[in-house]
Design a protein around this ligand. Structure first.
Ligand SMILES: NC(=O)c1ccc[n+]([C@@H]2O[C@H](COP(=O)([O-])OP(=O)(O)OC[C@H]3O[C@@H](n4cnc5c(N)ncnc54)[C@H](O)[C@@H]3O)[C@@H](O)[C@H]2O)c1
Length: 786
């Protein structure tokens, strides 16, 4: 790895300067660490070296351990305690003093490297922090021990638990760095400081052994215990923040060296947990949504979207306009009359000014953003825009008329997109000849805050249009996920069973608030299905329910209780009552007046005959609700609605708040195990068959196949355009449903390959004995003759 290393320069002042080299952010790849270790040993052993400065090449100290290694190696990217024993020890307590010269970033392992040095200087604009908890691990190079000893326990706990970095000025105030020096003088001053420490004119600090910033033992332990209790309350499902606090506590009680050993143990434990795998998975998956097979690898160049038009200044249109002007995109906001236009413009202004109020934005920047917004009542200026996002009312006729108008008003290369959540995208553009530049741009409410953008393509949407929309999505700081055109697209489609399964549980005799509790507190969703229904509105839920019933028929459950709530105008938050009742501050509490609605729904459903409700543990509730969601997710993957399963993971985390530490929907199912998911679904399908509800649960072919990895069909592509499909279920390849599903998938795959001319199925063991290659070659020969 020639580019990844650490280099050393020996100065005539007796100072060796070691530079971390791994552009662009000098990530601590194992090759860099080993380079640093070697250069340190070498510098310590030379008699002409008095002191050592550690810095990073090209204006960045280091952004931390190389995250790509987490993707490749099991648990924690292969870091172990020898790193503490060897390399940090050599930095802190080797024969020569060390000074870190920090520019740009010192994060994670980068900051820990600097913490192990005997002093630190940084340049203005540097960010310093320990964000490891975000990836399900904890600071591993002694960070849990040295940070508290430098900045005090409370601040250190806060920095680690929130993962938030601090600025250079804050770092100086906290004592995290010893000075802030302009970048052009940084190295010279670090050399001088190192030489002075070596000469004994400045003290050499051994952070691991300092106690001056730590509270007295009793008080210090109380700080850690308080942080522990708070963390348990805030993140009851997460183990790794507690492991981090345990390591800190061990160091407080038994000293820094014992703390290092505790840290190594805690690190190894955290790295072995599913939460770490899940968080690393989501980290990479989120980056990968911008890579779409056949689109981003097609050699096309994305075109920057500089100016857009938003149709409709309502809830969604104003949010979309807000996100766009904030990102520097010019926006024409069109409404149907001046009153609605002014209301829409005011909404954008309010969205932006609330950022100023919260201190997230300067007034001048807000003004500049608002300066990019122009209101209009006509299509006159639509020839100037690169893209239109239609966010008018959800009405097919209206949208078709709007798109016909847009085709006439816009340039022939302008992207025409719709924010519809329920209408078929192809239908929206049915009255135009512009199918190749029509695409869905499906935002989630509130559009200026929610981070996901579903880009819905139809078979006609051109690659260039998808690419440009991806570019626009990234430019306005959304995570764009390209999805196929089907009812509900990806997120709303996989989540339709969420509320429906919950309603079924109530019809089976369970209390709705118990169901919500299991999903929110037991599983970690931001809210349970009934609280979500109240937030969205029962009327919207009912509309969506009719929509999915029309498309997915037998695998839906008709929600009687939601219909009853709509009939009684109990729509949720907006009417003051739904499943819950709401006070003036919109705080939800259980409502005894819900009982008659529950009773009526149960009576109509006929699943509960009274008496004692069936026993469902919180885990059962989670599985009953989420396994049908996973099942639909498997369909979405199998039908190619998403480009890859990980896209659905990202989408469910960002749009629905699916816990990221569970990895997103499909990763979670993988971690739980396809076999368990399929078995439970099959059990419920059987149980509810007589009620005609087996379709709601019946596991998909893909899930069945994944649940029995040995039972499948494999395909071999021969050079003569022959695909040879072999059934795999030894000893006699019995046709288990998983094998049939594998056969079906392989057949579909082979039929779709342009270079496959013939497919041969190897149904009996005889063919295995004869030799598949021989059979294929003979058949290919015969095919050629014919
Ligand atoms: N509300 C949500 O949570 C949500 C989420 C995703 C998608 N959507 C979709 O976004 C679209 C807009 O929803 P909304 O909640 O913002 O509705 P809304 O009722 O708040 O706003 C719609 C606006 O469009 C305006 N309008 C109607 N015809 C127009 C035209 N020809 N030109 C310009 N403006 C016109 C209306 O005057 C109104 O102000 C719908 O298609 C909806 O399905 C909504």
């Amino acid at each position: 790895m020639p580019g990844r290393t650490a280099t050393v320069e020996y100065g005539s002042d007796g100072v060796a300067v070691i530079s971390l080299q791994n552009p662009p952010v000098n990530a601590l790849h194992p090759a860099v660490l080993s380079g640093l270790f070697d250069r340190l040993r070498e510098a310590h052993s030379r008699s002409d070296v008095k002191a050592i400065v550690v810095t990073g090449a090209k204006g960045k100290f280091s952004a931390g351990f190389d995250i790509n290694e987490f993707g490749k190696q099991a648990g924690g990217g292969g870091i172990d305690s020898t790193i503490n024993d060897n390399f940090c020890e050599l930095l802190e307590s080797g024969p020569k003093p060390t000074v870190a010269a920090i520019e740009g970033v010192a994060l994670g392992g980068g900051l820990e490297t600097a913490l192990a040095c005997n002093a630190r200087l940084c340049s203005p604009g540097t960010k310093l922090g320990l964000p490891e908890l975000q990836l399900g691990i904890l600071p591993g190079f002694g960070g849990t021990q040295r940070l508290p000893r430098l900045v005090g326990l409370q601040t250190a706990c806060q920095m680690m638990l929130t993962s938030a970095p601090v600025s250079d000025a804050k770092a100086l105030k906290l004592g995290l760095v010893d000075g802030v020096v302009p970048r052009e003088r940084l190295l010279a001053e670090a050399r001088q400081l190192a030489a002075e420490i070596a000469a004994g004119t400045k003290p050499r600090q051994f952070t691991l052994y300092r106690t001056d910033k730590l509270e007295a033992l009793g008080e210090a332990l109380a700080v850690v215990d308080f942080a522990r209790a708070e963390t348990q309350k805030r993140a009851p499902h997460l183990m790794h923040p507690l492991l981090c606090l345990d390591a800190i506590r061990a160091g407080i009680e038994h000293g820094g060296r014992a703390g290092l050993r505790a840290e190594a143990e805690a690190f190894a434990k955290a790295a072995s947990l599913d939460a770490h795998k899940a968080l690393v998975h989501i980290f990479f998956a989120q980056r990968a949504t911008k890579k779409v097979r056949g689109v981003t690898d097609a050699g096309l160049k994305p075109r920057r979207i500089k100016r857009i038009a938003v149709l409709g200044g309502g809830l969604m249109g104003s949010g979309i306009a807000t996100a766009s002007v904030l990102a520097g995109v010019d926006v024409l906001l069109k409404e149907i009359n001046d009153k609605f236009l002014q209301a829409g413009m005011k909404r954008v202004e309010a969205n932006i000014m609330s950022r100023v109020k919260k201190g997230k934005m300067k007034e001048a920047a807000a003004k500049a953003a608002l300066g990019r917004l122009i209101g209009t009542l006509t299509y006159d200026d639509f020839g100037s825009v690169d893209m239109v996002i239609e966010a008018a009312l959800e009405d097919v006729g209206l949208k078709q008329k709007i798109f016909a108008d847009l085709e006439a008003a816009c340039r022939p290369d302008a992207i025409l997109s719709t924010n519809t959540s329920t209408i078929d995208i192809s239908l929206v553009g049915a009255k135009t000849k512009a199918a190749e530049r029509i695409v869905g741009a499906h935002f989630f409410s509130p559009a200026h805050i929610m981070p996901l953008l579903e880009i819905v393509r139809t078979p006609q949407t051109s690659k260039q249009v998808i690419l440009n929309t991806l570019e626009y999505g990234s430019a306005i700081k959304k995570t764009p996920v390209v999805v196929g055109n089907c009812t509900g697209f990806a997120v709303n489609r996989v989540f339709f069973p969420y509320t429906q399964a919950a309603c079924m549980l109530v019809d089976l005799g369970l209390d709705p608030y118990t169901v919500d509790k299991a999903i929110q507190f037991g599983f970690g969703m931001p809210m349970g299905p009934f609280r979500l229904s109240d937030l969205v509105g029962a009327d919207i839920g009912l509309h969506v329910g009719h929509n999915v019933a029309g498309s997915y028929g037998e695998r839906t459950y008709p929600s009687r209780i939601i219909q009853a709530l709509v009939d009684a105008k109990r729509l949720g938050e907006k009417t003051g009552a739904g499943f819950y009742k709401f006070d003036a501050r919109r705080k939800a509490s259980p409502d005894p007046e819900l009982a008659p609605f529950v009773e009526r729904s149960r009576k109509e459903a006929g699943l509960f005959r009274g008496g004692k409700p069936p026993a469902f543990s919180p885990q059962d509730i989670v599985e009953f609700i989420f396994f049908p969601v996973v099942n639909e997710g498997c369909r979405v993957v199998a039908e190619g609605i998403v480009d890859k399963p990980a896209d659905l993971d990202v989408a469910t985390v960002l749009a629905m708040g699916f816990p990221p530490y569970r990895g997103g929907l499909i990763k979670w199912a993988d971690l739980v195990g396809a076999k368990h998911v399929a078995t439970r679904l099959a059990g419920w399908a059987e149980q509810f068959k007589s009620a005609g509800l087996d379709g709601f649960f019946r596991p998909t072919r893909g899930l069945l196949r994944d649940s029995m990895p040995g039972l499948t069909a494999t395909v071999d592509y021969g050079s003569e355009g022959m695909a040879l499909i072999s059934l795999q279920n030894p000893p006699v390849n019995a046709l288990h449903p998983a094998v049939l599903s594998g056969l079906f998938d392989r057949l579909r795959e082979a039929h779709s390959c342009s270079d496959v001319k013939a497919i041969m199925g190897c149904l009996i063991k005889w063919a295995d004995l004869v030799g598949a290659k021989h059979v294929a070659a003979r058949l290919a020969g015969r095919a050629k003759q014919l």
